[in-house]
Design a binder for this molecule. Structure first.
Ligand code: SD4
Length: 357
């Protein structure tokens, strides 16, 4: 069951108690002295793989694991399967991540990406996406309306313009000129939820622990090339015009063929303030493995940004050798991995105690 379908099937009574539980967790998390308690919390919640304190990656090169594709959240499983179709036939990582990202974009049950995504505060679904290859080529769109596959528009920006990023009306005009077809992205379910949100007067546009689930995908193909994609409808009920981290190269996605790639999920403002994915890649360049680098980036956010504990952030990284790592602030973030040995879904290790379903 995807997280979205779990949301759908939860009764409103259950929802209330879930929310209360989450509020309690948030209070608890907010009360924690962040920087001072990092080591203790991390080791309390971490399986044995994560004695990541300050150690560097082991000396010596691990065998290269390729092809491989990884992506955020449970909806990463079918997305990875689509990407694997490309990778397992010798296809390139860029095609793989685009094909993979298109799966949740087209799925109305995934409420945080593409068609059926949560709208902004005015009831409009606006999408953010970016894509990047092994040569620092990248393309991005932000605040794109009425186009189901922003990841493919981002790729067209990369390949057919001298620019990296197009936003709003300009992005829509470009997409139409490229042959993308306009359609209504607000499903009946999303509309009803938005109406309810408005009725309840929740005039607050902040990502909380319930309404995130961007897909970020990283792939290493059989030629040894990396690529990444990230696509989202962003924070539910965000202020119109708000842009998150997901379309921002360096914040929501970064790929450097010399080192590896990283993508992020959660409250975008935190990733923007720390240029989070670039940070993860640079930490890997300094010798940390992907797991260690993701942990360090989450710790940086927790230590430097007041009230970071009120939100969720998670990083997922893939080295150029095919090593995978992930780390998040609160429990509840999981990631999907597909390689020749099969497909897995793993709970990421988290910094703060407690798990948010
Ligand atoms: C944003 N980072 O717009 C995105 C939302 C999200 O997992 O990740 N969700 O801030």
């Amino acid at each position: 069951m995807t997280k979205s379908t779990m949301h759908k099937s939860t009764s409103s009574k259950q929802n209330k108690s879930l929310l209360q539980g989450r509020r309690d967790l948030l209070k608890l998390a907010a009360a924690l002295p962040l920087a001072g308690s990092l080591g203790a919390c991390a080791s309390a919640t971490a399986p044995s793989t994560t004695t990541v304190a300050a150690s560097k990656a082991p000396v010596g090169k691990p065998p290269i694991q390729k092809p491989i594709v990884v992506s955020t959240w449970e909806h990463g499983m079918p997305a990875n399967a689509a990407a694997w179709q490309v990778l397992s036939q010798g296809g390139n990582a860029l095609d793989a991540v685009e094909q993979g990202a298109r799966v949740p974009e087209a799925d109305p049950a995934v409420r945080t990406v593409g068609l059926g995504g949560y709208p902004d505060a005015s009831g409009e679904v606006t999408l953010d996406a970016c894509i990047m290859d092994h040569q620092l080529n990248c393309g991005s769109v932000a605040g794109l309306k009425r186009i189901k596959h922003p990841i493919s528009v981002a790729r067209a920006v990369m390949e057919k313009t001298p620019h990296v990023m197009l936003v709003g009306e300009g992005a829509l005009a470009f997409a139409k000129a490229q042959g993308f077809v306009e359609e209504n992205l607000l499903t009946e379910q999303s509309k009803q939820d938005w109406l309810l949100w408005r009725e309840q007067g929740k005039a607050k546009s902040q990502i909380n622990l319930e309404n995130h689930d961007t897909i970020g995908m990283l792939a290493l193909d059989s030629h040894g090339h990396l690529a990444g994609a990230c696509t989202t409808s962003g924070a539910a009920y965000k202020l119109p015009g708000r842009v998150g981290d997901s379309p921002l190269i360096g914040a929501g996605l970064y790929v450097d063929q010399d080192v590896g790639a990283a993508t992020a999920t959660g409250l975008g403002e935190l990733m923007i303030k720390t240029v989070g994915c670039h940070l993860v890649v640079e930490l890997m360049r300094q010798g940390l493995n992907p797991q260690q680098a993701c942990q360090r980036a989450v710790e940086r956010i927790a230590a430097k940004i007041p009230n970071a504990a009120e939100a969720q952030v998670g990083f997922l990284a893939l080295s150029v050798n095919g090593e995978v790592g992930a780390y998040c602030l609160h429990g509840g973030f999981n990631y999907a991995v597909q390689d020749a040995s099969g497909a897995t879904l793993t709970d990421a290790i988290h910094l703060l105690p407690g798990v948010v379903a």
